[in-house]
Design a protein around this ligand. Structure first.
Ligand code: C2O
Ligand code: CU
Ligand code: CU
Length: 540
């Protein structure tokens, strides 16, 4: 697949059409000259045609909706999932994955999938220290899985490709929530079908709460001044159906021209408080957003994937690749309107890949409409949480990385994902350096299951902003090498693997994923349980 993408690029790279320079030929040579010119033109014809086609693709590949979106729909807020506490003290959720139809207001309705809904799912919420039990019933009519992205939990509860929920069956993972407050999320992870199932809409948030965060004066009234912002992009057919057919030359996978926030097209949010906390999730299959406000005003980033930053990071832009989250606090003045917009951002090394990967696009995302009078909000705290400190536990910070993952095409270290192969064996409680190399100039990111890591450096420079906080997903723009400090605590299992993969879903589905187990010191890896769970489902 990587080769195909490379070929596409080479064939369509804009050729420089240079005509041969003739000196004035003498008469006998003129005819030959004419034939030569004719032959040359015939040879050049495909180049010119291809060049023209490339130019057409080049021009049409850019999407710019800046200032063009009529924000006419009230932003939907996902409901909080109901739960109960069972006699064992566990918080129990019942979720049903189901099919439905949704009218996005684009002239017709579309088949969608949702969790207890026609489209998308409710927000689960649990406190640090609580034991949770989730009954997930699969009514979508085909196998799928539900993965808890960002959650530190036993691998057997992770909901990856090995925990397939057969059609009509219920899967009931249980674990103790034990990590700092954070904005996590859930989505299917069936090998080879993740993009499709996520695209249909089996996506929602899982918020972890803790006492430390509760005691800070951050905006925290769900849906009022603490607002989920799940951003995804779609293409729609003329009849209003979600269009899943890919486009040629998009080696990243599908990029949409329509942005949805919490499933709402053209959304606006009525702001009633001076400060508002947006929990932004990039739930898109392939698109990288560079969020900012249209007037360039300040975003105070307070949390990354894994929870609070040490202090608010004030900036005007924040880049999030698929799977990444950030919490930002925006301060509004009464009566004003602002637009959260995604700006062009560097995603690839060469201009062609940059454009085909959406790096030149501008997209309007969400309008914020402040009420006339705004309820006062307390000032932002100066200090939020302890900084990531895994670097202090490295025995030798300058040592060679313990593991190197080279991301290229649609594989890692030259290999496609094989559900029956364990690629790495990691010892619990050891703090290691993992080096991730983006080796093909194309946009990729790296996501680890089962832990939150600390970014040591990005191309030799220390991380800034949200990348300096706890992360489970990190963007690699063209040519980047990043070093991570990684440690797994608590859960060992020689048989059930965790995953490391690119979160561009088409890349992931095509094999850009590796498996590792976390074991006790000296323990060996077992053989991953097969049981139908591991067969990839490709195509139809
Ligand atoms: Cu959000 Cu392995 O995934
Ligand atoms: Cu994950
Ligand atoms: Cu990738």
């Amino acid at each position: 697949m990587g080769e195909t993408a490379d070929l596409d690029r080479k064939d369509l790279d804009m050729p420089a059409v240079t005509l041969p320079i003739h000196d004035t030929p003498s008469r006998p040579r003129r005819r030959r000259g004419r034939y030569a010119l004719l032959a040359a033109s015939l040879l050049l014809l495909p180049v010119v045609v291809l060049g023209g086609a490339a130019a057409a693709v080049w021009v049409s590949a850019v999407t710019d909706t800046g200032g063009e979106v009529a924000f006419s729909n009230h932003l939907a807020i996902p409901p909080l999932a109901e739960s109960r506490v069972d006699p064992d003290g566990r918080r129990v959720f019942d979720l049903t994955l189901q099919r439905g139809r949704t009218d996005f207001g684009l002239g017709g309705s579309s088949e969608t999938w949702g969790v207890d809904a026609d489209h998308l799912g409710p927000t689960l919420r649990a406190r640090r220290g609580e034991e949770v039990l989730v009954h997930v019933t699969n009514d979508v009519g085909e196998p799928t899985t539900l993965h808890w992205h960002g959650m530190e939990l036993p691998a057997a509860m992770d909901g990856g490709p090995h925990q397939v929920i057969a059609s009509g069956r219920t899967w009931s993972p249980t674990w103790t929530v034990d990590q700092p407050a954070a904005t996590l999320w859930y989505h299917p992870h069936l090998h080879g079908r993740t993009a499709e199932h996520v695209h249909r809409g089996l996506v929602g948030l899982f918020l972890v709460d803790d006492d430390q965060t509760r005691d800070l004066s951050l905006p925290s009234t769900y849906g009022v001044d603490d607002v989920p912002v799940m951003v995804t992009d779609r293409r729609f057919t003329a009849g209003g159906e979600i269009d899943q057919s890919g486009e040629p030359f998009r080696s990243t996978g599908l990029l949409g021209d329509t942005v949805l926030v919490n499933g709402t097209v053209g959304p606006y949010l009525d702001v009633t408080t001076e400060r508002i906390r947006l929990r932004i999730l990039n739930a898109s299959p392939a698109r990288v957003y560079e969020f900012g406000l249209d007037d360039g005003s300040e975003l105070a980033v307070v949390a990354s994937d894994g929870g609070l930053l040490p202090a608010p990071f004030r900036t005007d832009r924040i880049r999030l690749s698929p799977g990444e989250r950030a919490e930002v606090v925006v301060t509004m003045t009464p009566g004003e309107e602002r637009v959260l917009r995604s700006h062009p951002t560097r995603v690839a090394s060469d201009p062609w890949s940059q454009r085909m990967a959406g790096g030149d696009d501008t997209l309007d995302v969400l309008q914020l409409r402040a009420a006339g009078p705004l309820d006062p909000s307390p000032p932002l705290p100066d200090r939020l949480a302890a900084a990531p400190d895994l670097d202090r536990d490295l025995t030798n910070p300058d040592a060679a990385p313990a593991r190197i993952f080279r991301m290229s095409g649609t594989n890692i270290n030259g290999r496609d994902m094989d559900p029956s192969r364990i690629d790495e064996v990691v010892t619990v409680d050891e703090t290691e350096i993992w080096e991730i190399r983006q080796a093909d100039g194309q946009p990729h990111n790296v996501h680890l299951h089962g832990t939150q890591f600390q970014v040591l450096d990005v191309d030799g420079r220390p991380p800034v902003g949200h990348e300096a906080g706890w992360k489970d997903t990190l963007f690699l723009s063209g040519g980047d090498t990043v070093r991570l400090a990684v440690r797994f605590t608590g859960h060992t299992d020689p048989v059930h693997p965790y995953l490391i993969h690119c979160h561009l879903l088409q890349h992931e589905d095509r094999g850009m994923m590796a498996q590792f187990v976390v074991v006790e010191p000296g323990q060996h890896a077992g053989t991953p349980s097969a049981g139908g769970a591991t067969s990839p489902h490709r195509g139809h």
